[in-house]
Design a protein around this ligand. Structure first.
Ligand code: ATP
Ligand code: FE
Length: 368
């Protein structure tokens, strides 16, 4: 079995051909990050046009590198939810053209399910496991008990951690920082945090006393903005011109994000143990999504799993951020189990908003 995966849900055009052993036969990625960094955020129509301009080249490159002819593919898997509607539409219509041309089954993919299952391409992680999805658009804790079986324990009540880090980086004008050009906000903050002293600016960890597994990052961003405004006023400089203490602010915000994630994860582990939702021995915590490539955040999560006698697993950074490999792999997993393998694509459509599995966050609060 060999699947072609196509990803266009946000700002990366990705394609890959993966086989059922998890061997990546061919892959290609076109990143729009540089363009969106310059405009200060993703403009959906610009992202859509860039997907249109690049999708054919990216898919051709992945197929060519794989040495497989399109006729030999077992299926075509494509992200259809959640994401930017205009961008999902480009991937879907392109995929359906291929599906019709080569008479292949079509496998619609949920982008967050793909982030969650990527790890199984590399490690034989058994179901059920706990997953922490931390990315540009999501922050979710869920129990994964099968390829399409997710129970959501909690999620962000406002923004996602990647979005917060990107906005803080933008407020600090890190795109103009000589050491951070071409880095995403999260990468820039990770880089500068290494040189900073987090103790210099004190930030409060959000929701410490909330007895559930939800997250919140908007208040933290307000705290950081206030610190930045205060420093700018103290130094008598214009907005976004701060140079001193930028690394200290990066270190403090990264530390606070990491500890907020850790506290909520600890609560999820407590709930899962109490309810018997995870294996009693060496249960796994999987962290995935772009923010999970952060080494400092991984270290803090590692202390949580060590304390609970669990194993922490994260995909390598290249597979944490968006890519075609995770979509192709999810296609392989669905093909194996026979879920969502469409031989008739008449009703195929995309959904910009989509929840992840069954929401049991209210039960978590009751049990607390
Ligand atoms: P979603 O998956 O929720 O739809 P997305 O696909 O846009 O959102 P990803 O590609 O998974 O998000 O991740 C991108 C995010 O990861 C960006 O916000 C970026 O700043 C963040 N990120 C990337 N590298 C790092 C890092 N080393 N440390 C922290 N954050 C990072
Ligand atoms: Fe993503």
């Amino acid at each position: 079995r060999v699947v072609l995966g196509i990803e266009t849900s946000c700002d990366d055009t990705g394609a890959a051909v993966v086989d059922e052993n998890g061997t990546i036969l061919g892959e290609a990625l076109h990143c729009q990050k540089d363009i969106h960094l310059k405009s200060g955020g993703i403009i959906p129509t610009v992202a859509q046009q860039l997907h249109r301009d690049n999708i054919n080249k990216v898919v051709d490159q992945a197929i060519h590198a794989s040495g497989i002819s399109p006729d030999e593919l077992s299926a075509i898997a494509t992200t259809v939810k959640p994401g930017l509607g205009l961008c999902l539409g480009v991937g879907l219509s392109y995929s359906l053209e291929l599906v019709n041309k080569y008479h292949k089954p079509f496998i619609p993919i949920h982008h967050m399910e793909a982030h969650a299952l990527t790890v199984r391409l590399l490690h034989p992680v058994e179901f059920p496991f706990l997953v922490l999805l931390i990315s540009g658009g999501h922050c979710i804790l869920a129990v994964v008990s099968g390829v399409s079986e997710f129970m959501m324990l909690g999620q962000s009540l406002d923004e996602a951690p990647g979005d917060t880090l990107d906005k803080v980086a933008r407020r600090l004008s890190l795109i103009n920082h000589p050491e951070c050009s071409a880095m995403s906000g999260g990468e820039a903050i990770e880089h500068l945090a290494l040189q900073g002293d987090r103790m210099i600016c004190k930030l409060k960890i959000p929701m410490s006393h909330h007895r559930d597994c939800n997250f919140s990052f908007a208040g933290l961003r307000n705290q950081v903005n206030k610190v930045i405004e205060q420093k700018e006023a103290e130094e008598g400089i214009c907005k976004g011109q701060l140079l001193t203490c930028v690394a200290d602010i990066a270190a403090a915000v990264q530390h606070t994000v990491a500890h907020h994630l850790a506290q909520r994860t600890q609560r999820a582990i407590y709930f899962c143990k109490k309810e018997g939702l995870l294996p009693t021995e060496r249960a796994c915590l999987v962290a995935s999504g772009g923010v999970a490539s952060n080494r400092s955040i991984r270290r803090v999560l590692q202390t949580v799993t060590d304390k609970s006698d669990m194993t922490l697993l994260c995909p390598p950074p290249m597979l944490c951020t968006d890519n075609g490999v995770m979509i192709a792999w999810n296609g392989i997993e669905k093909l194996r189990t026979g879920v969502d393998v469409l031989h008739n694509v008449d009703g195929a459509s995309y959904e910009p908003r989509a929840s992840l599995g069954t929401d049991i966050s209210k039960l978590v609060r009751k049990a607390a």
